[in-house]
Design a protein around this ligand. Structure first.
Ligand code: FAD
Length: 416
């Protein structure tokens, strides 16, 4: 039986570990934390998954929260200016719901599931030296440490992504006590200032809640969260920013409370793509997957979805490879195949981080034509479907004309 080592028990590592067990591999998973420690930690993220990724979880029987978790059935998307004036409002029913389950709950439960299905779980924060020492024990070692420091073993690939600093400062929290009980993903784009998102979220203590997220342009008027030191401070600042920048949402959040004083996060991510292979001092090679090699700002909600899709593809290609050696050319080929998909997820995130001049045309057209809204939101589930119209001004104009929308150039001006 082939032996596989996986470093990092997160969205990708756990899915991969469990899917490889199902395929008959012997799998050892190294996790820096115990399931109990993860459950007791601060939030890891507020990850929203789209239908294709959710389907992958369901196919492995890992959808333990489908009956209890709230889901997003529709999108309410607004554009406003920096003075809190609403410019454009649109809503769209999603073809299939989105779902956000607290990763603390998911990872701790999936770690137990991994062990139940026959996996070996080792609680150890791996160092580069330990990685090198353990590599010869396995037919293949996959590194899925997310933003963990081991990712720096993989060289950056500036041809694929050349960000050198974060495009947003991120903050968010998990709340209850919102006035409305909604099943919509509410997003407001304030061009040049940032984005504010409110959406249903399943909290680690197995209770429905809401996540509120802020994506602030560095130095802009929303960029006030980086010095936050406590849950109370985060709560007050969140309300204040919402009242100032999206006053129509204030009534909804006026009495909200954090689910726990530690249920908040602040930070910033430099989107980074790395080469898929790291060469260790002993001569061993290991393969990076998910955030370790393709790291996103959360603006387009792609990282967790990517993590599952890449883990799934790697499993499929491993099975097809039979008993052959997992050499560098195999690793390169698998990564190249995934990049065929992932390049569009990256392009989508980049277009939202630095909005193209024609993005406002698309958003305006969506308000009038539900078909365009449907295509746009389907793009979050499967970003290649946005090619080429979402990424290119000329193609966008042709697409909008084809959709028989009034919105070509002049309509945007009229609406604003
Ligand atoms: C605020 C926020 C909001 C987000 N929203 C979304 C969203 O809406 N949709 C979406 O798709 N994505 C979202 N993401 C991104 C998503 O959470 C990640 O892309 C996804 O979890 C990546 O999976 P991964 O397996 O690569 O890494 P992770 O899930 O981060 O797992 C990595 C694991 O490796 C462990 N580890 C690290 N170093 C070591 C070591 N040396 N030894 C052993 N273990 C180690 C870590 O403890 C962790 O458990 C968001 C992220 C943030 C921060």
């Amino acid at each position: 039986m082939r032996r596989i080592g996986i470093i990092g028990a997160g969205q990708a590592g756990l899915y991969l570990g469990i899917s490889l067990l199902e395929a008959g591999y012997r799998v050892t998973l190294f996790s820096e934390y115990t399931p109990e420690a993860i459950l007791a930690s601060k939030p890891i993220s507020t990850t929203m998954l789209m239908p294709d990724a959710l389907e992958l979880e369901r196919n492995l029987g890992l959808n333990f929260w489908d009956d209890d978790s709230p889901s997003c059935e529709e999108i309410h998307s607004n554009i406003s200016d920096a003075d809190g004036n609403l410019i454009l409002v649109m809503s769209n029913i999603l073809e299939k719901p989105w779902q956000a389950v607290d990763q603390r709950l998911k990872f701790s439960r999936w770690m137990q599931e991994f062990v139940c299905r026959g996996g070996e779980l080792v609680i150890q924060k791996m160092t580069p030296l330990e990685l090198d020492q353990c590599a010869p024990n396995y037919d293949l070692v996959l590194v899925s440490v997310g933003k963990g420091s081991l990712s720096s073993l993989f060289e950056q690939d500036v041809q694929k992504s050349d960000h050198d600093k974060p495009k947003r400062h991120i903050a968010g929290g998990i709340f209850t006590g919102l006035k409305e009980d909604f099943s919509a993903f509410k997003v407001t784009n304030i061009f040049g200032v940032g984005e504010i998102m409110l959406f249903p979220f399943y909290h680690k203590d197995k209770k429905p809640a809401f996540a509120v997220g802020f994506e602030a342009y560095p130095g802009g008027v929303m960029d006030r969260f980086l010095g936050v030191q406590s849950g109370q401070e985060l709560l007050e600042l969140s309300k204040q920013v919402i009242q100032e920048l999206t006053p129509w949402n204030y009534e909804i959040v006026e009495n909200m409370e954090l689910t726990d004083d530690k249920d908040w996060l602040c930070g910033a991510i430099t989107p980074t793509v790395r080469h898929a292979i790291a060469h260790l001092p002993s001569g061993a090679t290991v393969m990076g997957i998910a955030d370790t090699v393709i790291l996103h700002d959360p603006i387009a909600a792609q990282g967790g979805n990517n993590a599952l899709k890449m883990a799934h593809l790697v499993t499929q290609r491993m099975i097809e490879h039979g008993n052959l050696k997992f050499d560098e050319s195999w690793m390169q080929a698998v990564f190249a195949e995934f990049w065929e998909y992932a390049q569009y997820a990256n392009a989508l995130a980049d277009c939202l981080l630095t909005p193209t001049p024609f993005l406002q045309n698309i958003l305006a057209a969506m308000a009038e034509n539900p078909e365009i809204a449907r295509d746009y939101f389907q793009g979050f589930n499967h970003p290649p479907s946005l090619f080429p119209w979402f990424f290119d001004a000329e193609e966008c104009q042709k697409y909008l004309a084809r959709k028989n929308s009034r919105t070509v150039e002049s309509n945007y001006v009229a609406i604003l």
